[in-house]
Design a protein around this ligand. Structure first.
Ligand code: VGL
Ligand code: ZN
Length: 180
């Protein structure tokens, strides 16, 4: 069975947010279409969210590389207001421990065993950001034995370095991710 994984469509990753991904909000329409399709087909829908404590090591103020973002309970950590959140969706919070970075939705969350329990063997992925949380979530999914497809129009990159998004896409393709 297939499941949809919607990665980190949170205010801080959208234009105007603390760690804005260029055109981050452009993915909302295509993602909403997918969510509604999966809902209509009664297939599982997972939303991941970056959910950091205020003293998270990834923040510049604590020696990391990122501005403070997605602090648990703040407006920046909320999902974008236009994302459609069905009542049956599964919510996965990640990077919740102050001393651990976790870009992947599978890291320290129990997501893989939960998906296996309900017979999911294939995941369709969209969200933010291509070069960090999408990439790491997708590569973990592959390692854990899931088939993986990415919806090309439903991802955007941070591009800290100009080509990071492209490099991430090439790496994912090489490792067996289908782009649809
Ligand atoms: C992310 C940078 C820092 C992401 C999360 O969701 O891609 N990027 N934390
Ligand atoms: Zn983060």
């Amino acid at each position: 069975m297939k499941a949809l994984i919607v990665v980190d469509v949170q205010n801080d990753f959208c234009p105007g947010g603390a760690l804005a991904v260029p055109e981050g909000d452009k993915i909302i329409d295509p993602i909403n279409k997918l969510i509604k399709q999966f809902e209509a087909d009664e297939l599982p829908i997972v939303f991941t969210r970056d959910w950091h404590p205020k003293n998270h090591i990834s923040f510049k103020s604590n020696g990391g590389i990122w501005p403070e973002h997605c602090v648990a309970g703040t407006v920046g950590a909320e999902f974008h207001k236009d994302i459609y959140f069905p009542s049956v969706a599964i919510l996965v919070s990640k990077a919740t421990e102050y001393d651990k970075e976790a870009y992947s939705g599978f890291q320290g969350t129990g997501l893989a065993s939960w998906l296996r329990q309900i017979d999911v063997d294939e995941v369709i992925v969209g969200g933010l950001a291509t070069d960090y949380c999408v990439k790491n979530t997708v590569l973990d999914a592959l390692k854990l034995g899931f088939k993986v497809s990415i919806v090309s129009e439903a991802i955007r990159a941070v591009n800290l370095n100009k080509n990071d998004g492209e490099l991430a896409i090439n790496e994912m393709k090489q490792k067996g991710v289908k782009f649809i």
